[in-house]
Ligand binder design. Structure first.
Ligand SMILES: Cc1ncc(COP(=O)(O)O)c(C=O)c1O
Length: 441
């Protein structure tokens, strides 16, 4: 297993942030999400220091859908990251964490009227408009509230990135944004540009997630900046800001060979500056929105092995005390992971297993094939690379409480999210009464 961030091995035990995961189990129980705080801060700095230009401002906007709670957003704020949110709930979390509203962008393909009202009431920095109906609604609400609002339009540049089809976002039939090829896109931009309640700052795009070939990002930038030039030439629309989204791929297993972010970001800036000069554009701000690449490698999930079971046929199972409820990605899109026995890091690797969760679903298999030392009940199984889209996508299927989230740094651990309790599970439930006295609406 690849060791990420501050992971190291001492006395056959795995340590993260100089804390042994055995100690973490003793203090917080399992399953447990562990976040390497030092590593997250380092990753943020890679983006903040390498995606910089003398010619325009740059914003690194953390895509909080990857992993959001008060603790991580407090940290992201302190590190100087801007923020991308996609729902009233994510916005509420960001505001509760004390985020400066001006640094927040609000996304989504079906923003609810009450979400748009929340955005207006809180003077959120940018709304990324997705389509015509949303624009009309936003314009009417802004007029009603007498509030001007800064907007970008989400453009679908038609760059088909090579990734799982569930995380592609730019096919011509995609649900996101307005196609660069669609004449309606130009009509919408003209209307947005002349709307008295909207300040059209520019355009946005996001071509998909877990993209491992950096060439797609260069093609995306070329398409977006030349689109900005067309808007100026053909419609006198001035694009001051371009947001190029996220999607930078990460390492899950040896099959993934992500590019070096520092190197890529520096090259990306040079290329963007070149394109801007070549097209003779004046751009104030270029933003990117990394989620997975910022947080994924900092996160791991720690489980306790309950049993090792040899079925009548096939590879043996290692059963863990979590599963698709804390990590639905393998069931959703065949995501692959590495793993280790964190309490026996240097024991000889002898056996091949399937790692299965405790949910009543045949598909609740976290790893289809992993070589480990001979596993035993009570062992600690750790799956690294679970920082992004794990806690964020977790569920209470089978009424399983969500795990706690703990941050580790310099030999210390900080509880960021408490483990859910059984009481939490029924908090919003209403009891049935045998006399059938239904609540009147
Ligand atoms: C609009 C937008 N921006 C940014 C992201 C973050 O992508 P990633 O986590 O792959 O960097 C996403 C993810 O789906 C997105 O939809």
């Amino acid at each position: 297993m690849k060791l990420h961030g501050t992971m190291k091995i001492e006395n056959n035990q795995l340590l993260i942030g100089d804390v042994s995961v055995e100690q973490l189990r003793a203090k917080y129980g399992t399953p447990l999400y562990i976040i390497d705080q030092t590593h997250f801060a380092e990753q943020a700095n890679v983006f903040l220091t390498n995606f910089r230009s003398e010619k325009f401002q740059t914003h690194i906007s953390y895509a909080s859908k990857a992993f959001s709670n008060l603790y991580i957003l407090g940290l992201a704020k302190e590190l100087g990251l801007f923020l991308d949110v996609v729902s009233g709930g994510e916005l509420y979390t960001a505001l509760s964490a004390g985020y400066n509203p001006e640094k927040i962008s609000f996304h989504g393909n079906n923003k609810l009227p009450e979400e748009l009202e929340m955005v207006l009431a809180n003077d959120i920095g940018r709304i990324i408009v997705d389509h015509y109906t949303e624009y009309s609604l936003l314009s009417a609400l802004a007029a009603e509230k007498q509030k001007k609002v800064k907007v970008l339009l989400r453009i679908n540049p038609g760059i088909e990135a090579d990734t799982h089809k569930y995380i592609q976002t730019t096919g011509k039939d995609s649900k996101f944004g307005m196609s660069i090829a669609d004449p309606v896109t130009y009509v919408l931009l003209k209307d947005m540009n002349s709307d008295p309640w909207l300040e059209l700052e520019g355009i946005h795009c996001h071509i998909g997630s877990q993209i491992l070939d950096k060439e797609f990002f260069f093609r995306e930038a070329a398409a977006m900046f030349s689109f900005a030039r067309n808007l100026l030439d053909d419609y006198s629309i001035i694009v001051r800001e371009i947001n190029l989204g996220g999607g930078f791929g990460v390492y899950y297993t040896k099959e993934d060979q992500p590019f070096d972010y520092a190197e890529f970001l520096a090259e990306y800036i040079v290329e963007i500056e070149r394109i801007i000069t070549e097209l003779d554009l004046t751009i104030d701000t270029v933003s990117i929105e990394p989620g997975r690449s910022l947080i994924n490698a900092s996160g791991s999930t720690l489980y306790t092995v309950g049993a090792v079971k040899q079925p009548y046929q096939g590879k043996p199972f290692v059963f863990v005390d979590g599963g698709m409820t804390d990590n639905p990605r393998p069931a959703l899109y065949q995501a692959k992971y590495e793993a280790c026995l964190a309490n026996r890091m240097q024991d000889e690797v002898t056996d091949n297993y399937r790692v299965a969760g405790k949910c009543c679903e045949t598909g609740d298999i976290l790893i289809q094939d992993i070589a480990l030392p001979q596993a035993e009940p009570g062992d600690l199984l750790l799956i690294p690379g679970t920082g992004a889209y794990n806690y964020a996508m977790s569920s209470n299927y089978n009424r399983i409480p969500r795990p706690a989230v703990v941050f580790v740094e310099n030999g210390q651990s900080h509880l960021a999210v408490k483990r859910e309790t059984y009481e939490d599970l029924i908090r919003n439930d209403q009891k049935y009464f045998a006399d059938n006295s239904m609540q009147k609406l």
